[in-house]
Design a protein around this ligand. Structure first.
Ligand code: HEC
Length: 177
């Protein structure tokens, strides 16, 4: 009986200790500076694109230095996905879903590369280099010509071939802006 009372006492004490915790103690609150660093979304309208610009020519050099080892010569694929030069089309079986045939917005290319590429060192490229390599990939996919300058103003205006290939599954209609 005494042991049971003791056990109850210990239980009550420990309950009391835990109930006095103010929060779950999961870490530090994020400061505005930390949030700013993670808040890098780019929208199809161009919202979120930083300053800077790049050319196809400059992008080719960036590609060779940072991307070719995995994505192959001219983006045709190696250990990682092909980024250009689709062997067949989106309507073939199986569909060839690469950025040029499938992605609806050019701004996503910039966003994706900025947050995750090169896979072994994301974040290593500055804004000019990101714009340049985006321009090069658009060029390799025959979407822009080789003299086009890509920046926050021109990138959202680039029309991707599959821009209107997506269907709103609820409304069953082609998605517009
Ligand atoms: C170490 C290998 C590696 C390097 C270097 C690398 N990538 Fe990638 N990349 C990958 C892998 C693996 C994937 C697939 C990731 C996934 O599906 O989540 C990928 C996916 C991509 C995609 C998406 C392709 C798609 O159709 O879904 C793009 C765009 C891309 N990489 C661009 C680049 C660019 C630009 C560079 C150079 C700045 C680069 N990558 C360097 C390995 C690499």
């Amino acid at each position: 009986m005494f042991m049971r009372k003791c056990a109850l006492f210990v239980l009550l004490i420990s309950f009391n200790v835990f109930s006095q915790e103010k929060d779950p103690n999961l870490g530090q609150p994020a400061t505005l500076e930390i949030i700013e660093r993670w808040n890098i979304d780019v929208f199809p309208s161009g919202k979120g694109l930083p300053e800077g610009q790049g050319t196809v020519h400059a992008g080719k050099k960036i590609y060779k230095a940072y991307c070719l080892s995995c994505h192959g010569l001219d983006g045709t694929g190696d250990s990682a996905d092909e980024l250009a030069g689709a062997a067949h089309s989106l309507t073939d079986k199986p569909p060839d879903k690469i950025i040029g045939t499938y992605w609806p917005y050019a701004t996503t290319i910039f966003d994706f590369i900025r947050r995750s590429m090169p896979l072994n060192a994301p974040g290593i490229l500055n804004n000019n280099e990101l714009y340049a390599v985006t321009a090069y990939l658009l060029y390799l996919n025959d979407i822009i010509d080789k003299n086009r300058i890509i920046n926050a103003n021109t990138l959202p205006k680039v029309q991707m071939p599959n821009r209107y290939g997506f269907i709103d599954i609820y409304q069953k209609k082609i998605m517009n802006d």
